[in-house]
Design a protein around this ligand. Structure first.
Ligand code: PLP
Length: 379
């Protein structure tokens, strides 16, 4: 059997990774400024994390739901404390798409409506059955997301308000900071207007923090930069430092009932051990403070590069915008300078999403490599 060929691949075969460094099968060292789409939060193969996961592996602890798992309770308590959302409830699942699907389901059940508002250049996971309609509170049928999602431009609140007034919207879903779209974000004014309008129209505000969460923005969740509350927050990527785990943080205004949501793999002992280890390390090593420190350093250092039009994003979720397609630059950085960076749907944006443990030395090395690469591409 061959692989279903959906990803363009660089000719690199990683065999080992430690903190912010990746080693390939030829022994070449790469600096990781991308973390596999922002998945690595506490650094590759962190020893405390490995020990916690291994403890569960050694116990053959693969069971998930329908049995009591104290690690789920521990993870929820730690996540509540670190995010400040102590009164929210946690539903555990295995990916960002699954977290968003479940968030949309809760919104649909709660409002008995099905239309969703999302924004241009957003990405909420690859799912075609994002919303389940309800009839007398029972699931009738999944509806293809394309049929029920209305996409609007970011930061144009009047357009959102006009849609909400139609009375058929169950949820507004928005990323704290857009990821693959190109690292754009809502203004504080826009987020605050959304929160207010969602309340007024009894529409559920879902913050997709799958990529922007877990300290990456310089606060635990990116929406917390805007002084708002969300009804539901979804998270995944950095939550497990590479182990597949997702979470839906649900405000206490939503009542749980047995069978409302479900999952096979979500909340396993292994996933919870990974999730707990991530939070322990984030706290012990002050990784949110490091994120802010390195982000400021990066913003200063990047001023040395005149080709940069602007730097978008916050914390260590950054998009460097140029006035040309960055594909060749990105290829040069990885193949010749041995630095992983990311691309975006906006072809002029180079994405920087390193582990939150990254150092100023790694940023300095990136700036040198970027200068050299730009000069070489011009020559
Ligand atoms: N939401 C956002 C903001 C994402 O960036 C992604 C993945 O890139 C997803 C959802 C989907 O997550 P997953 O690939 O884990 O399903």
């Amino acid at each position: 059997m061959n692989l279903f060929d959906v990803y363009p691949l660089y000719p690199i075969t990683p065999v080992k990774a430690v903190d912010c460094t990746i080693y390939d099968d030829k022994g070449t060292e790469y600096s990781d400024l991308y973390s596999g789409h922002g998945v690595i939060s506490i650094g590759h193969a962190h020893p405390y994390y490995l020990a916690k996961v291994k403890e569960q592996l050694d116990n053959l602890n693969f069971y998930s739901n329908a049995i009591q798992n104290p690690l789920q309770v521990e993870l929820a308590a730690k996540l509540g404390k670190m995010s400040g959302l102590t009164d929210y409830n946690l539903f555990l699942c295995s990916s960002g798409a699954e977290a968003n699907e479940n968030a949309l389901k809760v919104a649909s059940f709660h409002t008995n409506k099905s239309r969703v508002i999302a924004f241009h250049n957003s990405f909420h996971g690859r799912t075609s059955a994002a919303v389940a309609v309800t009839d007398n509170k029972k699931i009738v049928a999944p509806i293809n997301a394309q049929q029920v999602v209305t996409f609007l431009p970011l930061n144009q609140f009047e357009l959102v308000e006009a849609e909400l007034q139609k009375g058929d919207v169950c949820a507004v879903i928005i990323e704290g900071i857009q990821g693959v779209g190109g690292v754009d974000q809502g203004t504080t004014e826009f987020f605050q207007a959304l929160e207010k309008a969602c309340k007024a129209h009894d529409v559920v505000l879902i913050l997709d923090e799958v990529q922007s969460g877990y300290g990456r923005s310089g606060k635990f969740f990116a929406f917390q930069h805007h002084g708002i509350n969300a009804d539901i927050i979804t998270t995944a990527k950095g939550m497990g430092n590479g182990f597949p785990i997702g979470g839906v943080l649900i405000s206490p205004k939503f009542k749980a009932s047995h069978g409302l949501l479900g999952t096979t793999f979500g909340g396993s002992h292994l996933a919870c051990a990974a999730g707990i280890a991530v939070l322990d390390v984030m706290e012990k090593e002050n990784l949110i403070a490091n994120t802010n420190k390195i982000s400021s350093y990066f913003m200063e250092a990047i001023k040395q590069i005149p080709e940069v039009i602007k730097v978008k994003g916050r914390g260590l979720m950054l998009g460097i915008e140029f006035d040309f397609d960055v594909s060749a630059l990105r290829k040069k950085l990885i193949i010749e300078k041995h630095i992983f960076t990311g691309g975006a749907n906006n072809k002029n944006v180079l994405r920087i999403l390193p582990p939150l443990t990254i150092t100023t030395e790694a940023i300095d090395a990136f700036i040198v490599a970027l200068k050299e690469s730009l000069a070489e591409l011009k020559a």
